[in-house]
Structures are given as C-alpha cells and as structure tokens.
Ligand binder design. Structure first.
Ligand code: FE2
Ligand code: FE2
Ligand code: FE2
Ligand code: FE2
Length: 414
C-alpha cells in the first residue's frame, strides 16, 4: 500500500527538538555495517544539508518575519537531524574510507535513478555523471591501497566493482558545457521531480565534503586528488541543479524539499538492516511529516495555494531501494565511455569540432598531464606495487582500460 505523508497526522511541533543525548547517536560499526547503511547515512546527511541551505536562501529572500520564524523553526530541526546523522559515522572510519562510501553512493544511487527515470533527458544526465563517479571510486581506492594498504573491495562489500571508466582527466569540461535545460515540474512524472532533487543534494554533499576535506588530508597527492575531483563534483552539481524547474516559487520549493525528505526517510526506514539506524530513520520520518505540514500551511497562508497544486498526488511512487547495479553500469560504460558534453547535450568526443570549448578548457587545466592527480595516483600505484588496484567481477568492458600496468589518459579526450 502506498504511503502519503499528507494524510498522516503530524505530531505536536513543540516535541520536534531533541536533547543532546538523542542528537549524539551510537555510530554504526565500521566493519560490521552493511555498505548500503553507510550510503544511506551519507545520502540523508546530504539531504539534510540541502534542507538547511535551501532554507537559508529562502530566508534571505523573504521580508515577512513571521514566515522567517517558521523557516528558522523548521531549519533548527533540520540542523539537529543533520548533526545526529553525521555522527552515525564512527570515529574510526577515516576521511578516505568515508570517501569510498561517498563514491559508492554516487555510483549506486545514480544507476538506480537512471533505470527508473522516465524522462530521457534526465536519464541521459544521470548516465553521463554515473561513469565519472565510477571512475572516481577507482582513483580513491588506489590512493587508499597505496597509502594505507586498505583494499576498498572490502569496504564496498563487493557490491560495486572498482575499475576505470571514463578517465577523470577527461571529466574537466568548459563551464559553458555544464548547463542543462530545466525540466518542467508541472508536466513531468512525480518520480522525475524526486530524482532530480535527490541526486542534486547527493552530489552537492560530495562536492562540499571534498571541498572541506582537501586541506585536511595528510599527503600532497591526496590533497590534490580531493581538489581535482571536487572540481568534477562542482560540474555534477551544476548539471543536476540546472535540471530544476526555474519557475517554482520559494514556498513551492520548500514543500517539495519536505516531501522529498519524507520519501527518502520512508525508503530508508523500509530497507534498513541496522536496528539502531532504522529507529533513527523512523524518528526522522515523523519529524519530516511535521515539517511537511508546516510547509503546506505556509504555502496556504502566504502563497494562497493548496499543497495539491504543487504535488497533485501525495502518494509515494516506487521507493528508493539500494541493490548492486553492476550489469547496468557495465552497459553504460560500454556504450558511452567516450561521451562528453556540448552545451546542453552529450556527444561522442570524436564528434566535437577542433575549436570546441572542451579542448580549450582541457588545455588550460591539464596543460601538464603529469600533474593531474587522478592519474598520478594510478602511476604511483603501478610504480610501487607493479600494477593498479582494482576489483573487477569480469574484465573491463573497454579493451583500452584493461591494462593494469599502464594508465590511460587518452580515452574520452580524443
Ligand atoms: Fe530534515
Ligand atoms: Fe565522484
Ligand atoms: Fe559526482
Ligand atoms: Fe525537513
């Protein structure tokens, strides 16, 4: 039976705020937790960050202090949720180990959304970034093995293969090629709106994480790798953010945010295998139902609209369910590894004109390809250990990516 959060009776909003004991949860076990528990924690941490940051932007564009107080009321609750979820990560999980979970989330989430996405243009965007996060996973996994002797295959639980795809050096594109066409949220399927919101928040969280961690990582190679991949995540955030409907008002956006949070916590709660974490998802869902009803009230009072005018059917579509997506990922690699972006669309790099902006930007940032960290890390691994680190379940779908003693910097660049 489908769940509709608008039909739920919200709890008393004064009971929303948690005490310090509740805010500081018992963390999951680094070795015992299912990798998908870790990915759900990262996803919800990023979703809460988006809720908070959206609320601040709305607040700064709002003149009415009664409405601003309502925003701060809910935002404080979002902040508590974010703090609680952030500390589900255990103390003994390192920055780089957590990074492996970030890229695993990006890969698995993107592949799941791409396969269920009815809008072909949105699906193409998902497929496009999928290969890049998949390649990032391989680069970070090599750094983790090189510097700490830790095999990422164990961290990802064998759910996600670790092998190169479109090489990271080819991800660096001109800013003009990052911007996509907005989707019409009034006409699209309800699941499209959710997919765009979910993936934008997830990529934004990744961008923020790398942006903040790059200065704290312990080696120069690692710091430079975080810098470089953070710049690719910036492109991903821009790509997905540009799909959002530009005609939605602030109050409508607020309602959509709360609805997306309800949908995600409900999905996480249904799937969660860690008992303690499952309880937290359930509590968060109840808090989100309060937020949703406050946002619906505000829409009515200040926007003179009913929630049904923004979300015509409140019933959740198909839930988000994490499971390995290996076959689909291999298919996308085989079919689109040499794609790049050209303004709002995707093309095979061989179809670009010689004067394309892609080549100008590539020349500017990769002027010395020996200094591209994502490839230096593979060369260093080969030099130190005789071959790269990878964890494949079959040979790489692309013949030119099969050699384990030579790093490919040409594919996807021409
Ligand atoms: Fe929230
Ligand atoms: Fe990535
Ligand atoms: Fe990404
Ligand atoms: Fe919320």
């Amino acid at each position: 039976m489908s769940f509709n959060p608008f039909n739920e009776t919200p709890e008393n909003s004064e009971k929303l705020f948690m005490d310090w004991k509740t805010i500081y949860p018992e963390s999951y076990s680094k070795l015992g937790a299912d990798p998908f528990t870790k990915t759900r924690v990262i996803l919800m941490n990023g979703t809460e960050y988006e809720a908070v940051w959206f609320s601040h932007q709305f607040f700064r564009h709002c003149k009415d202090n009664d409405l601003r107080r309502q925003l701060e009321f809910v935002r404080k609750s979002e902040q508590q949720q974010q703090k609680r979820i952030a500390c589900l990560k255990p103390k003994d999980e390192s920055v780089l180990e957590t990074t492996i979970a970030y890229e695993q989330l990006a890969v698995e989430l993107t592949a799941i959304l791409a396969q269920r996405e009815p809008d072909k243009y949105v699906k193409a965007a998902l497929d496009f970034a999928l290969l890049e996060d998949f390649d990032h996973l391989y680069r970070y996994a090599d750094l983790l093995d090189l510097e700490h002797g830790i095999k990422s295959d164990m961290l990802v639980g064998g759910y996600t293969e670790i092998t190169p795809a479109r090489p990271t050096i080819a991800h660096h594109r001109h800013p003009y090629d990052d911007v996509r066409r907005p989707v019409n949220f009034k006409k699209c399927a309800p699941i499209t709106k959710l997919d765009v919101a979910i993936i934008t928040a997830a990529e934004q969280q990744t961008m923020n994480y790398y942006m903040n961690q790059c200065a704290f990582y312990e080696s120069d190679l690692g710091r430079r790798l975080y810098q470089e991949i953070a710049m690719v995540e910036e492109q991903h955030v821009t790509q997905y953010g540009s799909l959002m409907d530009v005609n939605e008002g602030w109050l409508e956006c607020w309602l959509n945010h709360e609805y997306t949070e309800c949908y995600l916590y409900y999905s996480c709660w249904k799937d969660e295998t860690d008992k303690n974490v499952k309880k937290i998802w359930e509590q968060c869902l109840r808090q989100e139902i309060v937020h949703l009803h406050i946002a619906a009230e505000a829409l009515k009072k200040y926007g003179k609209k009913e929630w049904q005018q923004v979300i015509p059917a409140g019933d959740f579509p198909e839930l988000l369910h994490f499971a390995p997506q290996e076959g689909y990922i291999r298919k996308v690699i085989a079919e689109t590894v040499e794609n790049t972006a050209l303004r709002e669309d995707y093309v095979d790099v061989h179809r670009l004109g010689a004067d394309a902006d892609f080549f100008k930007y590539q020349k500017a940032v990769n002027s010395n390809d020996k200094l591209v960290a994502s490839h230096q890390v593979i060369r260093a691994h080969i030099d130190n250990m005789g071959q790269d680190y990878r964890a494949e379940h079959a040979e790489n779908p692309i013949p030119s990516l099969r050699c384990r003693t030579e790093d490919n910097i040409k594919l996807g660049r021409r």
